[in-house]
Ligand binder design. Structure first.
Ligand code: ZN
Ligand code: ZN
Length: 212
């Protein structure tokens, strides 16, 4: 059984997720911790709850989702798992930081690559990788079918969808990803997005203006 904890980090208000099981093993998804106090908050949560980080996952590599990649790598010796189509986005994240006036120390080490259908295993718990491009070229979501939730990144928000005006973005591709990968999930599936509050597949199916 996974417990899902979220933090809101950086001036971009990005949701960072920590998922942990009964044994204390945990997965860090999209560490957006930008400031030193945010990094300390995340590190303290992990140490105070005696968690052992086993995976660093990125739904995608826009700057706000990777601000803390190097910190997590250096602290817990974890290589980020990303889709190969995100490698170029990650390489450009440092430059994007300068453009957005949010300079940061970008992670430049080795990567582990994710593909559609891969399963991330933490003890008995599983997250399935869903390939959901459109907001960025190699965006993925992490679906836990046993507990009916998906870590959705910047694909589907409450009453909104991800922006498609950034490099590698495409509106039709994004809507197609949402329809073929997310709306097919059970209505009760909780969506934990990269920004803002959580929602559910059923609620978005019925109310999201971009999906009617
Ligand atoms: Zn994004
Ligand atoms: Zn974002």
């Amino acid at each position: 059984m996974l417990t899902v904890i979220s933090f809101v980090f950086s001036p971009i208000a990005e949701n960072t997720y920590v998922l942990y099981n009964e044994a204390g093993d945990c997965i860090i998804i999209d560490p957006g911790c930008y400031f030193g106090n945010e990094r300390r908050e995340l590190e303290q949560y992990i140490s105070e709850n005696r968690l052992l980080p086993k995976y660093l996952l990125n739904t995608h590599c826009h700057l706000d989702h990777v601000f803390g990649n190097k910190f997590i790598h250096d602290t817990y010796m974890l290589e980020p798992y990303v889709h190969s189509n995100e490698q170029v986005v990650l390489e450009n994240a440092g430059l994007a930081g300068l453009m957005w006036n949010l300079p940061f120390d970008n992670y430049t080490g080795g990567l582990q690559f994710l593909r559609e259908g891969d399963v991330i295993r933490l003890g008995k718990d599983e997250l399935k990788v869903l390939y959901t491009p459109g907001h960025s070229p190699g965006h993925v979501c992490f679906y836990c079918s046993a507990q009916h939730f998906v870590i959705g990144g910047d694909v589907l928000f409450m009453l909104g969808i991800g922006r498609t005006d950034l490099p590698g973005g495409n509106f039709e591709t994004l809507v197609n990803s949402i329809r073929t990968r997310l709306l097919v999930l059970p209505d009760e599936t909780i969506v934990y997005p990269g920004h803002g509050v959580s929602t559910s597949i059923g609620f978005e199916k019925a109310n999201n203006p971009f999906l009617q």
